[in-house]
Write a protein that binds this ligand. Structure first.
Ligand code: NAD
Ligand code: IPM
Ligand code: MN
Length: 357
């Protein structure tokens, strides 16, 4: 069976790291005899917007809906298009319309990378952030009144549904139950956000009844961010609302040395729609065009994609190749965020060669 993959590089370093992701995937496909058919699209980029006045073609759901997975780089170039326009016109549409309600974001300190946290070594930081990905604080319910006057009022509602919250909690509990430590941490702010957040806590407690083997704790988001830095070893599976999950999934990878390595899977677990695999980082305009972006977040996202498509061994081999190259620590290959002088392409090629075996 051939897996059809839509490649959507987007903007900035998205266009630099996706080819390395594809190179790595092609190496894995050859080694494990997996048929991958890639098609690359220029939409979901700010240049496309400047040309067409929109981020996506009108029939994007039909075009992308026919693929088995979407391999995405990053979108955003605020000098060309305001961020909320480019992101709400592309990535956030994909997540919503394709009902990718789980955003799975591993945080793992990889061998050969120095954590900015004193004394932390691989094994000390190894957890998942499971981020609710279609509702919560990322809602389009709200508006502006008395715009432009000194009476201006701006409202944006948080939307949480029982279906929406229970399904992501179930995913997180299942994940926790499958891991050796069987521990789930819920991020809320139920002291201050007194309607939605205590309700989220109740849904966690209700779901927990079905998982007696999983130990559950919960933190308010403020102290949780402190504990990510002070005690990253406490965490196994961390489940959070859309906004809290967004913040935790930059903080977690920062604790593992660089956000350049962090991958993510935007999953529609039922498989009704294609899932989307992308690094956690953005288009990084500050380093774009210099060929020095770390491609590992993109390559690791590719590993998650192969796993999702039913090839766990190929996914594991890709991650093992990343770890092997990092462990060797050749500064000529490592990108500057990893302390080296290497390039996106040199690091990408080294990992692809390792995957090839
Ligand atoms: P960013 O992740 O693009 O960059 C933050 C910092 O991390 C920058 O200093 C950048 O150089 C560095 N960095 C990021 N990825 C790196 C990599 N692979 N290798 C080395 N260094 C890396 O976040 P930002 O600056 O807040 O956003 C820039 C643009 O990207 C904005 O338009 C934003 O909206 C967009 N964005 C898009 C996504 C996405 O498409 N998923 C995610 C985050 C931000
Ligand atoms: C991410 C990004 C996006 C988000 C932005 C670019 C809209 O930060 O994927 O983490 O907030 O989800
Ligand atoms: Mn983010």
């Amino acid at each position: 069976m051939t897996h059809r993959i839509a490649v959507i590089p987007g903007d900035g370093i998205g266009t630099e790291v996706t080819p390395e992701g594809q190179r790595a995937l092609e190496a894995a496909a050859r080694r494990f005899d997996i048929a991958l058919d890639f098609e690359t699209f220029d939409f979901a980029s700010c240049d496309y917007y400047l040309e067409h006045g929109r981020m996506l073609p009108e029939d994007w759901r039909r075009i992308l809906g026919e693929f088995d997975a979407l391999f995405f780089g990053a979108v955003g170039w605020p000098e060309k298009v305001p961020d909320h326009v480019s992101l709400w016109g592309s990535l956030l549409q994909f997540r919503r319309e394709f009902d990718q309600y789980v955003n799975l974001r591993p945080c793992r300190l990889l061998p050969g990378i120095k954590s900015p946290l004193a004394g932390r070594k691989p094994g000390d930081i190894d957890f998942y952030v499971v981020r609710e990905n279609t509702e919560g604080e990322y809602s389009s319910v709200g508006g502006t009144m008395f715009e432009g006057t000194d009476r201006e009022v701006v409202i944006q509602e948080t939307v949480m549904t029982r279906t929406g919250v229970d399904r992501v909690l179930k995913y997180a509990f299942d994940l926790a139950a499958s891991r050796p430590r069987k521990k789930l941490t819920s991020a809320t702010k139920s002291n201050g956000i007194a309607i939605t957040m205590p309700w989220w806590d109740k849904r966690v407690a209700a779901m927990g009844e079905h998982y007696p083997q999983v130990s559950v704790d919960q933190f308010h988001i403020d102290i949780l961010t402190a504990n990510f830095v002070l005690h990253p070893d406490w965490f196994d599976v961390v489940v959070a609302s859309n906004l809290f999950g967004d913040i935790l999934s930059d903080l977690g990878p920062a604790c593992t040395g660089t956000i350049g390595v962090a991958p993510s899977a935007n999953i529609n677990p039922e498989g009704r729609f294609p899932s989307l695999f992308e690094p956690v980082h953005g288009s990084a305009p500050d380093i774009a065009g210099r060929g020095i972006a770390n491609p590992i977040g993109q390559i690791w996202s590719g590993a998650m994609m192969l796993e999702h498509l039913g090839h766990p061994e190929a996914g594991r081999t890709m991650l093992a190749a990343i770890e092997a190259v990092l462990e060797e620590g050749d500064e000529r290959l490592l990108t500057p965020d990893l302390g080296g002088q290497g390039s996106t392409a040199a690091l990408g090629r080294a990992i692809a060669e390792r995957i090839a075996g």
